[in-house]
Design a protein around this ligand. Structure first.
Ligand code: ZN
Ligand code: ZN
Length: 342
């Protein structure tokens, strides 16, 4: 029987379409991935072309055989500008803040053809440490209200540049969606005296059916009311409101969990396009007891259509329990090589 499930944290309803449910293996991508060269002379992110990007904000030095491991540069086509004061104006029905913000590009590797799923864990840890450094720096800017860290992998996830990179956008306002989720979390804390995420993590660890992996500091799971097939969340097991609170040992552990999950998706579903995003407390809510940061991986296996746009409800055709079972079984170290055709 089809089932509607409600997301505990967001209160959003999802239709789990069991009548037309698809087995997880039916979501394997069948398409030609073009062969990608490790160096592309016209690519602004490839080594030797550093002059093609705006002046660098941060560089992780590398071993003597490579000039750098990770670089952070302002986005050349930034959605927002660093050099203005966020002045708010309200004129009757029209409300504006001028376009202050920071838009960083984190170039993950000098190798144009490399991907996170196949990198060593220690290299992924380096990238996560760069996220944290930039997150911490921008959190101190009094003009910044909220920071979003994200990655787009593949054309269906909105990538415009092939070279592996992620992005960070700091905004002078908090979006309505983020604010609403905060209010749910705060209300839950007021009513029950506990973090709703800590509660959910504890219940999911007991139930086990949607757990994909558990490490010393993190747990990765399919959501009970997952809005899309294989949408996977990684939560810190200790309560932490902000990504900025993560410790050095935790970063190393997170890099292993994140890289393993990406490798499971890569090997299990044949390199699907995906986004991942870090959902963290807004700058003004660092340290609160009611919100719990997490990393959300969203493979782009289905398209949002009219029903979703019109109703705000998603239809998920893969049971979250089946997706979790499938991912648990995929050997993350499987081939150790690229998927055929990629
Ligand atoms: Zn490149
Ligand atoms: Zn918590």
């Amino acid at each position: 029987m089809p089932e509607l499930r409600q997301n505990f944290a967001t209160k959003e309803w999802v239709v789990i379409a069991t009548e037309r449910a698809r087995r997880p293996e039916q979501m394997v991508q069948h398409r030609e991935r073009k062969v990608i060269a490790p160096f592309v002379s016209s690519c602004p992110f490839c080594p030797g072309n550093e002059g093609l990007t705006p002046p660098e904000l941060l560089r992780v030095p590398a071993s003597p055989d490579a000039p750098w491991h990770v670089r952070v540069v302002p986005n050349k086509f930034a959605a927002l500008s660093r050099d203005v004061q966020p002045t708010r104006t309200v004129h009757r029905s029209r409300r504006t803040v001028n376009g202050f913000g920071a838009h960083d590009v984190i170039i993950e590797t000098p190798d144009h053809s490399q991907i996170l799923a196949l990198m060593p864990d220690s290299y992924v840890a380096e990238i996560l440490r760069v996220y944290k450094t930039r997150y911490d720096e921008l959190s101190l800017d009094p003009r910044v209200a909220h920071i979003t860290i994200f990655k787009n992998h593949g054309p269906d996830a909105g990538t415009s540049l092939e070279h592996p990179h992620s992005q960070l956008v700091a905004t002078p306002v908090i979006s309505h969606q983020v604010r609403e989720r905060f209010q749910h979390a705060m209300r839950h804390y007021d009513d029950y005296g506990e973090c709703m995420f800590c509660q959910m993590i504890e219940e999911e660890l007991q139930d086990e059916s949607r757990i994909v992996m558990v490490s010393e500091h993190f747990v990765a799971m399919e959501l009970y009311a997952s809005p899309a097939p294989f949408c996977t969340h990684i939560y810190p097991r200790r309560h932490m409101a902000s990504f900025g609170d993560v410790g050095a040992a935790e970063i190393n552990d997170l890099s292993r969990v994140l890289r393993t999950l990406l490798a499971k998706l890569y090997h299990g579903l044949a390199d699907p396009d995906f986004n991942f995003t870090i959902r963290s407390a807004p700058a003004e809510n660092v340290g609160v007891k009611y919100f719990h940061w997490y990393l959300s991986i969203i493979p782009r296996l289905t398209r949002v259509a009219g029903f979703e746009l019109g109703s705000g409800m998603f239809i998920n055709t893969v049971l979250p329990e089946a997706a979790a079972e499938f991912l648990r079984k995929v050997d993350a170290e499987a081939a150790g090589t690229a998927v055929a055709g990629s």
